[in-house]
Design a protein around this ligand. Sequence first.
Ligand SMILES: Cc1cc2nc3c(=O)[nH]c(=O)nc-3n(C[C@H](O)[C@H](O)[C@H](O)COP(=O)(O)OP(=O)(O)OC[C@H]3O[C@@H](n4cnc5c(N)ncnc54)[C@H](O)[C@@H]3O)c2cc1C
Length: 434
Amino acid sequence: MSASHRKYDIAVIGAGACGMTAAIAASRQGANVCLIESGSRVGTKILKTGNGRCNLSHTPIEGSEYRGSGDGRIGTFLKTFGVDETLEFFGSIGLITREKDGYIYPYSEMASSVLDVLRFAVKDSGADVLCSVKVTDIIRSDDGYNLQCESDPDEKGKTVNSAYHASKVILCTGGCADPATGSDGSGIRIAQKLGLKVVKPLPALVKVTVTNSRDLAVCAGVRCKGIVSVYMGDGGSDMSSGTEAVASDRGEIQFTKDGLSGIPIFNVSRYISRALDGSVRVRVKLDLCPEMSADELVSFIMGYIRNGCSAGDISTEEALAGIMNKKINTYILKSTGIRPSTPVRDIGRDRIVKYADAVKMLEFDINGTYGFEQAQVTSGGVDMCEVDDNLQSVKYPGLYLAGELLDVDGPCGGYNLQWAWTSGYLAGKSAAAK
Ligand SMILES: Cc1cc2nc3c(=O)[nH]c(=O)nc-3n(C[C@H](O)[C@H](O)[C@H](O)COP(=O)(O)OP(=O)(O)OC[C@H]3O[C@@H](n4cnc5c(N)ncnc54)[C@H](O)[C@@H]3O)c2cc1C
């Protein structure tokens, strides 16, 4: 076991999107900075973002779109360092961007460009980058903080302990989503040990599983534009159609072999995770034809059956081929008890009403999510009540907290990386201010 005691003005813990931005911002103010990363490389997660294209921000972006204990405060942070300032920052380190329908990407449409400019800017800033060093404890001292760290085990399974001292610390170790990228929740546990309030971390922006998955398997792979609404009830509630939806979103829904995915599902999944964690029943209702009312759908189908199928010989399944994806029709006909082979001349209005109602309100009881392994972000983390408007701990002067580690989560579309850039930059700049 060897120990080293290096001293820095600022130690940034976690070299993700947030930590690299914080290190650059702090170094630019003239601080002597070290960036400590448990993984063997910096910014691993950035490479996976936006399906390898890195949707790094969104325009416009509203603070009110974020959830968590920062509700109401995120807009203030974005006013100081929002989309314009972020693009200016990236411009200053050599990245140009492009925007499509509000989604902002690097011009190259390669996440590696974002990681590269950050890596080179960190190098250029003079900050020391310490990889394969995991911080296990932060201990307050008279003149700052001591960091207890351990390295990855070597080939003989031995770890090397090391210690660093910094006048100020920025803790930005991410949440628990996609732990393979290094965000294993260890930073949240360190914060907890320091006595900071933590909202239980749960998976968000994640696929969900349904109870009747055997029947749904027929739809695996289907994508369908629609509206997702989430209803909740305690065990006794029937979650009838009169109940108000807790959350709702519109977009392309994807059916998997055992559940539901796609951006609108991701965007409501934080509510589902929280409800299931509290043993609250969750039901999702899908409107797979938002452009038409159920009555309009029935009139259209009945009109087609009356006027378009003169002999009425075709089956119900065939008559509905132009309404929904074939696999969705198979599922709906089965779940509503309508025989697909019934000749349309025998189908009758009642069964078409049943079919149209199912298209407009396809219901699934949700029994789980795909967990942190498949989640894109963490709902929960260090409660925002623990930081002031400079992201400094209210209990520990000189300790800053930023990024996904905090209880802030946004929807798909660049919101979460924007929070990482915003909070990282502000924490870095504030920590380095004399
Ligand atoms: C597959 C996927 C796709 C995504 N796509 C998008 C997208 O397109 N747009 C978007 O806005 N958001 C996206 N996100 C979310 C976004 O990537 C994160 O919200 C953001 O990267 C969080 O940044 P962070 O720096 O706070 O945390 P992280 O990126 O998690 O970085 C934390 C770093 O700290 C290190 N660390 C952890 N513990 C310790 C420790 N004890 N000591 C030292 N180091 C430690 C970790 O190894 C990691 O490198 C995506 C996420 C995933 C998983």
